[in-house]
Design a protein. Structure first.
Length: 361
């Protein structure tokens, strides 16, 4: 969330819908959750999953709203007290039964200071409100905190990983009950492909669809773990309903696609656009960064080097011959991930301008 605008309290009264989803289960509090980042990729879907009356969404000034019928409060996670004036802040603390903290900077290209301010300091501020209210705190974290042994890492991805690791450390020292929910890479809604923001995995998809990825720094046979945002929200809602405590993983696990399957879906989509895109070569990122990049040095085109680094940042931590820690048996099974990827590609392509490699003017 941005600190550019002065915080103020703005409440949108909830409206009921005939198709409103059921509220949280017996393990959840009777009072609503405060959900930070309620206008974000996961936040919007989670607000819908919890439903009106069961969640109050904290949104940044001028940011996306959490959805129809959801009560919204304007604030700033980078500011003490979440940017709320003391009086309204105390009123809000007295109304909630828990805090779900999903506000975060997920882009590796943002300035390091901003990443730390939002991801680490923002967690500290949200946690302090939960402690003042005496309610449980739930952190929506990331699988990127798990660094694969021997994997390459750029300075940009390191800042993001370390900011989320620091946030988790804060939560483990909390004075209230807590949970850490480590979420995999998120794509658009499984049914519509819709998402309020295209996150890093879409840059990898673009490079494959347009033919800008002749070499992919991922070892053959590796699994690329991702889930659509509505399924992630359903998993978070299920954990909240069960009164989750401790650390949990929300991943595709054994259902994750292989890198070959991921590439196949992107190339078939390119074919539907009428483009003939050559299949890229797959190679372990360690080999690329230890041998190929140093060997070619400045002779390697700057844009190709940038794309190799992008793949390493985004896909590297997720791709390994082992699966990520899988979700618990209490969580719903994910939808068909190949179909979800196709839907994400369709929605994404309808919102961006795509130019095939070699066709640039």
């Amino acid at each position: 969330m941005s600190a550019a605008s002065p915080p103020h309290l703005s409440v949108s009264p909830p409206r009921t819908r005939p198709d409103a989803p059921p509220g949280p289960g017996p393990g959840a509090p009777s009072r609503p959750y405060l959900l930070t980042g309620a206008g974000g990729v996961i936040g919007q879907s989670l607000a819908t999953a919890l439903g009106p009356g069961h969640v109050i969404g904290l949104v940044r000034p001028g940011g996306n709203r959490p959805g129809p019928g959801i009560e919204a409060v304007t604030g700033d996670v980078t500011a003490a007290g979440l940017g709320l004036d003391p009086g309204p802040g105390r009123v809000l603390a007295g109304r909630i039964g828990g805090v779900v903290h999903s506000a975060a900077v997920t882009s590796f290209t943002r300035p390091a200071e901003e990443i730390r301010r939002v991801n680490t300091d923002g967690t500290r501020h949200a946690l302090r409100l939960a402690e003042a209210a005496g309610v449980p705190f739930h952190l929506v974290s990331t699988v990127y905190v798990r660094q694969r042994d021997g994997s390459s890492e750029t300075g940009r991805s390191r800042v993001y990983r370390e900011s989320k690791q620091a946030a988790e450390d804060l939560v483990r020292a909390a004075r209230v009950p807590w949970s850490i929910l480590r979420v995999t890479v998120v794509t658009g809604d499984s049914r519509t492909g819709e998402t309020p923001r295209f996150q890093g995995i879409y840059a990898a998809m673009k490079a494959l669809v347009t033919g800008d990825a002749p070499l992919v720094p991922v070892a053959p046979g590796s699994r690329l773990d991702f889930l659509p945002r509505d399924h992630v929200a359903a998993c978070v809602a299920a954990l909240l309903a069960a009164g989750a405590r401790g650390e949990h993983w929300i991943t595709a696990g054994e259902r994750a696609l292989t890198i070959e399957q991921f590439v196949d879906h992107c190339l078939r989509f390119a074919g539907r656009l009428g483009w003939e895109v050559p299949r890229p070569r797959l190679m372990d990122s360690d080999v690329v960064h230890r041998l190929i990049l140093p060997a070619f040095g400045d002779a390697l085109a700057a844009d190709l080097r940038k794309r190799l680094e992008l793949f390493t940042d985004i896909v590297g931590p997720l791709t390994t011959d082992e699966t990520l820690p899988g979700p618990g048996p209490e969580l719903p099974a994910p939808p068909d991930l190949g179909a979800a990827l196709d839907t994400a590609l369709e929605y994404w392509s309808s919102r961006v301008r795509l130019v095939r490699q070699g066709a640039r003017v």
